[in-house]
Every structure is written in structure tokens, then in C-alpha cells.
Design a binder for this molecule. Structure first.
Ligand code: ADP
Ligand code: MG
Length: 285
């Protein structure tokens, strides 16, 4: 009865725990690993700058990027389509290929468009101008020629700093962030939130490898919790002792695969769940 009471208490606090074993596991959390985008940050990117290569116009650059991104549901893609602000004629898009952790390759309006990070440009062997601005950079190339870059900014959630502090107070030993975004962006957020470790520029496979390393490093009997939104991190979500998904921004598949769902997307709900787990244990024992 105690466990069910605990699960009921959690659901009232906007946390869905899918089994008493997960509530039990939340009693001995050693390491918490967060995804960045949509988890610690709002995941609502905004275009804050555009830099064109020679002989390329801003409107052209933004249109190419928006056509390339039109079929993607990634938060970066949504921000670019929004900044473009005009209707996209999908009849003009003849090919679309989303490369996880890299970006997009698409054919639109008779042109081949590549839009993504420096790894994608290197992979496509497109020489480009490395951006110096802070922020997430989307480089764009049209028909094999570098066309410029778009600077995109996300914001740390108001709740994230308090969430980290609360987890530390509860005795969590290690707080980590994994991201596919650049090291510059990752390190800035790591400093802002006071995280112990930040691992950036990770592909989905790299996130799994990092999680396995953290699993091996944790204290005996301690549990590892991963908190993510399921976009590019579903394998990690499945592998953690306790996988926590964001219910609002999270994909349906992530919510399905998760052990715990935070309905309102506030990372501090995890600390609340740990407190409920401890209270529940007191009732049960
Ligand atoms: P995170 O780990 O922060 O959730 P992702 O793994 O989703 O990030 O993406 C990692 C990186 O891959 C992004 O920061 C971006 O550089 C690039 N990327 C992924 N999807 C896209 C896209 N649709 N358009 C442009 N770049 C993308
Ligand atoms: Mg993500």
C-alpha cells in the first residue's frame, strides 16, 4: 500500500512513476545525467544572427535553410522555419535526409542544400568559415558551395538551477550534462548551472558510451538517472537505471520508453520525486 500511495503522491506532483521498482531506485540516486536541449534548456531556439558568404543574400540563405529544415521536428529546424516566416511549398522539396547529430541534406527548388554543424560540413567536404559567436551555429551550403551560417540561441529553463541545487542537497554525488551541441555552448551552460561534468559534440552512440562509462564509475548500489526528451537520446533513456522523459516536449516514443515522466517539463520535479520516494520508503519499512 505504501508504494501505491507513493506513486499516487508523485502523480499529483506532475510526475508519473511507472512502477514501484523505479520509486525504490530513486531512493539511492548516485548520478544524474541530463540531456541539454529541451531538458535543461527550453528547447525553443531563436535565430539571433545571420552571416552570409560573399555574393549570398540573407533572404536567400534563410530560404534555403528553411526549405532544408521543413520536414525536421528538431527544435533547431522549427526556429529556422519560424524565422523564415513565409509559406514553404513542399512540392519543391524532392529529397530530405536528417542525419542525427549533424543536420540536414535536402534537395529543394532544384538545389542541393546542406544545413547543420561543423561535423556535417566536414563530412560533406565543404570549406566553411568557423563562426566565433556564442550560440548554436547552423552552417548552410548550396550546391556544394558554402553560403553562410545562422546563429541560434536557446535559454536555460528558469527551473534548472534550482533543480541542480536541490539534487545536490539530496546527496546526489555527480551531476552531468550530455549534448550533441558544441563544446562552447555546453561549457557555458555547465558553468552557469554548476554541473560536475559536461560532455559535448556527442552523437547518439557517443551518448550511450558516455552513459556506460558513468554507470561503471558510480558507487556500488547507487543508481544512475538519465533525464531527456527522447530526441536523439532514446537509447540512453532506455539504458539508464531510471529513464526520465519530459512529458511536454518529449516524443511519444520517449514517453513510452521512460520509467518516469515529468509532465510539466520542470527538471526540479526529479528532486520532488526523490523526496516522495524517501517518504514512501519510511511508510513501507
Ligand atoms: P542535444 O544533445 O543538445 O539534444 P542533438 O543531439 O539533438 O542535440 O543535436 C546535436 C547537434 O546536431 C545540434 O546542436 C546541431 O548542431 C546538429 N543538428 C541536429 N539536428 C539538426 C537540424 N535539424 N538542423 C541543423 N542542425 C542539427
Ligand atoms: Mg536532444
Amino acid at each position: 500500500l505504501g508504494f501505491f500511495g507513493g506513486i499516487g503522491g508523485a502523480s499529483k506532483g506532475g510526475i508519473l512513476v511507472k512502477g514501484s521498482n523505479y520509486l525504490e531506485a530513486l531512493n539511492s540516486v548516485d548520478t544524474v545525467v541530463f540531456d541539454k536541449t529541451g531538458t535543461l534548456t527550453k528547447g525553443r531556439f531563436e535565430v539571433t544572427g545571420i552571416k552570409c558568404a560573399e555574393n549570398v543574400g540573407e533572404a536567400d540563405l534563410l530560404e534555403s535553410a528553411a526549405y532544408a529544415e521543413s520536414y525536421s521536428t528538431h527544435p533547431i529546424a522549427l526556429s529556422i522555419v519560424k524565422a523564415y516566416g513565409r509559406d514553404i511549398d513542399r512540392g519543391e522539396i524532392s529529397q530530405f535526409d536528417e542525419i542525427s547529430g549533424h543536420g540536414i541534406k535536402a534537395a529543394a527548388k532544384g538545389r542541393l542544400i546542406v544545413a547543420g554543424n561543423d561535423k556535417l560540413m566536414a563530412r560533406e567536404q565543404i570549406p566553411f568559415e568557423q563562426a566565433g559567436e556564442p550560440g548554436t551555429i547552423v552552417y548552410v551550403a548550396v550546391d556544394g558551395a558554402y553560403a553562410g551560417y545562422i546563429v541560434i540561441s536557446d535559454q536555460v529553463k528558469d527551473d534548472s538551477k534550482g533543480a541542480i541545487a536541490a539534487l545536490r542537497k539530496l546527496g546526489v554525488k555527480k551531476l552531468v550534462m550530455l549534448t550533441g551541441d558544441s563544446k562552447a555552448v555546453g561549457d557555458r551552460i555547465g558553468r552557469e548551472l554548476g554541473l560536475d561534468e559536461v560532455h559535448a559534440e556527442l552523437l547518439p552512440d557517443g551518448k550511450v558510451a558516455e552513459l556506460e562509462r558513468l554507470e561503471a564509475a558510480k558507487a556500488r548500489g547507487g543508481k544512475l538517472v538519465f533525464v531527456g526528451d527522447g530526441i536523439n537520446d532514446a537509447p540512453v533513456l532506455a539504458r539508464a537505471d531510471v529513464g526520465v522523459a519530459m512529458g511536454g516536449v518529449g516524443s511519444d516514443a520517449a514517453i513510452e520508453a521512460a520509467d518516469v515522466v515529468i509532465m510539466n517539463d520542470e527538471p526540479s520535479r526529479l528532486a520532488a520525486a526523490i523526496k516522495i520516494a524517501r517518504r514512501t520508503r519510511r511508510i513501507v519499512w
